[in-house]
Design a protein around this ligand. Structure first.
Ligand SMILES: [Zn+2]
Length: 340
């Protein structure tokens, strides 16, 4: 066909249109035959927006939500896969240098939609079945402003222009070190879970003000990104959460010594399918992150998954291995949540 499309993909994108009721002049969506999510490019917020439009056009059953906005007013876009009663929440890119995790989430969304639409399996999971059992809520880019600084640099129109250079030790190059948001706050040190202790630990490293990494802000939830995500999670009754970071090929499962039923059992399964190690964190200075707050608040399983190996930002050339390791992990986490 002219658009290199298929009848099947046109039917999926236009569920109301049947072969016998297509009227002349009716507007239909004709998807291109290639994939929406390009896993071989620097993944900016703009690309995320384009991919979300492309995926929702192609797969009308894919729901979009927002979990707040960034400092600069970018929507924290979320995608919901499935209609099941059990709800899980996956978040990626709290840290800007770790944007490869956004690509993992978006490719997962595309593959999941494709498997659902076509009635196929993914990593051995029956996606049509999982779709009716679990709702997977995904916020693929918690820190879009930070990623903008890393990938596109500091815009002269940034309202925090002068401060950001100051926070970055006088440099306009944010591409190799910037983990924080547009206020110089490390979002994964801004949650209300041992926030004071994490702040004291950062102070021991000489970090006492906004900067590229590890500054937890003036108070917990001082930032719109953490406020937005935590408010959304607070009212949504999630059985389990995953927070995606890079790097280390490791899964962290604990907050302090809070005993969460099934956290180790499920953690071991996630470890087994991904090949990542399951580990504890015992250094209190490393808390105040999203999964810590979730465990503290709900006493339910929450995991930080550190993908890939090397120095952040990981090169996109690692994507294929990272995705292969994490696809079964993402599916297993949803499947395990059913029985919680
Ligand atoms: Zn991180």
């Amino acid at each position: 066909m002219q658009y290199n499309s298929t009848i099947k993909s046109i039917q999926i994108a236009n569920p109301a249109v049947k072969a016998d009721n297509l009227q002349a002049g009716a507007e239909i969506i004709v998807p291109f035959s290639y994939d929406v999510v390009d896993t071989n490019i620097n993944y900016t917020y703009k690309i995320l927006q384009t991919d979300v439009s492309g995926l929702t056009a192609r797969y009308p059953f894919l729901e979009v939500f927002t979990s707040g906005a960034s400092v600069l007013g970018r929507d924290l876009i979320g995608l919901r896969l499935g209609i099941g009663e059990t709800k899980v929440f996956y978040a990626a890119s709290h840290h800007s240098l770790e944007w490869i995790t956004s690509v993992v989430m978006m490719k997962f969304v595309e593959d999941y939609c494709d498997a659902y639409a076509n009635g196929t399996t993914l990593s051995g999971f029956d996606i049509r079945k999982l779709f009716t059992q679990v709702s997977i809520y995904i916020v693929p880019m918690v820190n879009p402003d930070g990623i903008e600084l890393v990938l596109n640099g500091l815009s002269p129109s940034n309202p925090n222009y002068d401060n950001l250079i100051k926070y970055n030790n006088g440099s306009t190059d944010f591409s190799k070190n910037w983990e924080a948001n547009n206020n110089g706050v490390d979002l994964n040190h801004n949650y209300n879970a041992s926030w004071e202790e994490a702040k004291a630990a950062s102070a021991e490293l000489g970090i006492t003000s906004p900067g590229p990494t590890r500054w937890g802000g003036d108070y917990p939830f001082s930032e719109p990104e953490t406020k937005g995500v935590s408010s959304y999670v607070d009212t949504s009754n999630f059985a389990l959460v995953l927070a995606y970071h890079s790097q280390g090929e490791v899964i962290f499962y604990n907050y302090l010594n809070i005993d969460v039923a099934n956290a180790v059992t499920i953690g071991n399964k996630l470890s087994e399918v991904s090949g990542y190690a399951l580990e504890r964190i015992d250094n209190i200075g490393q808390f105040a992150g999203f999964k810590d707050w979730f465990i503290k608040e709900f006493t339910r399983p929450g995991y930080t998954v550190e993908v890939g190996k090397g120095t952040n930002p990981l090169p996109i050339s690692q994507f294929d291995k990272i995705y292969k390791d994490n696809l079964p992990l993402l599916l297993t986490a949803a499947d395990e949540a059913i029985n919680l």
